[in-house]
Design a protein around this ligand. Structure first.
Ligand code: GAR
Length: 197
């Protein structure tokens, strides 16, 4: 069984997609051993609690320095001895120490077709605002391994999604989630859990 630690920051629809995929056996040989949120009181934590999954909120605001937060965050991950760390809408920069320790064991979902609309400052709705601003006709989502850069690690899966005339950022975000993110993130986890990557 692949031990998966999922890191979240908000609503947790991607976390839900992973939970559902495990329930429906779209993902096999994997279990979620912990959910970590950098924000207290977010809905993702309730999604974990509803399934009796161990869930921890650990906020940088509760620490005097970034280094102290990074240490506590790494400890929180280490405790559950994960085989895979999934950044499912996790909007915190991963400490370099952790990237080194978990090389090729951290994956991220990004809501665009990397290398478009990615890197520093491109997260959440901002990604879709930028795509609409540029006038692209196709966007999508990417699952990639995490390395020291921002959205620069090796790509595992991508899925394209059409941009429709008159789309608002929120409409586009919803379509990208439904048609791409909630599919390729579970798919990538299943591939890793079954030795296909
Ligand atoms: C998702 O769209 C995810 O791709 C994005 O945040 C959203 C989280 O939604 N992640 C990034 O932008 C990372 N750069 P969720 O909490 O409902 O899964």
């Amino acid at each position: 069984m692949l031990r998966v630690c999922v890191c979240v920051s908000g609503g947790g629809t991607n976390l839900q997609a992973i939970i559902d995929a495990i329930d429906n056996k779209v993902i096999t040989n994997a279990e979620i051993v912990r959910v970590i949120s950098n924000n207290k009181g977010v809905y993702a934590l309730e999604r974990a609690a509803a399934k009796n999954i161990d869930a921890v909120a650990i906020s940088p605001k509760d620490f005097e320095s970034r280094e102290q937060f990074n240490e506590a965050f790494l400890k929180c991950v280490d405790e559950v001895e994960p085989d895979l760390i999934v950044l499912a809408g996790f909007l915190v920069v991963i400490p370099p120490m952790m990237i080194k320790k978990y090389e090729r064991k951290i994956i991220n979902i990004h809501p665009s077709l990397i290398p478009s609309f990615c890197g520093t400052g491109y997260y959440g709705l901002k990604v879709h605002e930028a795509a609409l601003e540029r006038g692209v006709k196709v966007t999508g989502a990417t699952v990639h391994f995490v390395d020291e850069g921002t959205d620069t690690g090796p790509i595992i899966l991508q899925k394209a999604v059409e941009v429709l005339p008159g789309d608002t950022p929120k409409e586009l975000q919803q379509r990208v989630m439904e048609q791409a993110e909630w599919k390729i993130l579970p798919q990538a986890i299943n591939m890793i859990a079954n030795g296909q990557i």
